[in-house]
Design a protein around this ligand. Structure first.
Ligand SMILES: Nc1ncnc2c1ncn2[C@@H]1O[C@H](COP(=O)(O)OP(=O)(O)OP(=O)(O)O)[C@@H](O)[C@H]1O
Length: 208
């Protein structure tokens, strides 16, 4: 399933972010490269999701810069969306769709990792019995598996996972860690979390 994805490097240079008069992130500098799972921890409100949004190119820093290098070319931030898979607690599902319809719709826009099909994804997330359930009728853990699938199985070099196991029970969290290892190879992955299980999957962890 490992994809031959281009390498991605993110250079974060003296990035600060404020909302109104409050500085949330101050003077962050780091270099992030493909092939690594980076953990970001920090107390509630410390700016983990804010950093994830900036890495995704959805939020601009108040000061400093983020530079993206894909292969050996600089990637303009406005083109980054095609190379990112992302999920977090603020992501919403289209309630009217079934599990299978949502995944078909999503993977019509974002290519799947090699060797996967939509039905294969439904199987990997253990929801064969619920493939035709409307998302409204799914439990929070089932919905989280669908959201995680939309990020994990997309063939993108950048994978951003904000609180990936927040609604998962112990066996689902174990499932997530196994799938993460199968899907993160060669990608640049971030996990924002305070859950030790999530952080145990990371190659390196930094605190905000
Ligand atoms: N768009 C916004 N406008 C104003 N303030 C915001 C905005 N987005 C985030 N904040 C504030 O920035 C701070 C950091 O929020 P963020 O969601 O990044 O924290 P977090 O570390 O992910 O928190 P948690 O662990 O609770 O999820 C919070 O005080 C939040 O209220």
């Amino acid at each position: 399933m490992a994809a031959d994805l281009p390498s991605l490097k993110i250079d974060v240079k003296e990035v600060s972010k404020r909302f109104g008069r409050t500085w949330i992130i101050r003077q962050l500098s780091a270099e992030y490269t493909s092939g690594t799972i980076y953990g970001i921890r920090g107390r509630n409100g410390s700016g983990k999701s804010t950093l994830i949004r900036m890495l995704a190119g959805q939020l601009s820093p108040s000061r400093g810069s983020l530079r993206y290098t894909l292969g050996d070319h600089e990637l303009p931030v406005e083109d980054l969306y095609a190379y990112v898979s992302w999920t977090g607690p603020y992501f919403e599902l289209v309630e009217e769709l079934t599990v299978r319809e949502f995944l078909s719709f999503h993977f019509a826009m974002k290519p799947l990792l090699p060797g996967l099909t939509v039905d294969g994804v439904v199987e990997r997330i253990g929801l064969q019995h619920a493939a035709r359930y409307s998302l409204t009728d799914c439990s929070s853990g089932m919905r989280q598996r669908v959201l995680l699938a939309s990020a994990l199985y997309a063939a993108t070099p950048l994978l951003l996972l904000d609180e990936p196991t927040v609604t998962l029970d112990a066996s689902s969290a174990e499932w997530f860690l196994e799938e993460l290892h199968a899907c993160a190879t060669g990608r640049l992955t971030f996990i924002a979390s305070n859950d030790e299980r999530d952080l145990s999957a990371c190659d390196t962890i930094s605190s905000l």
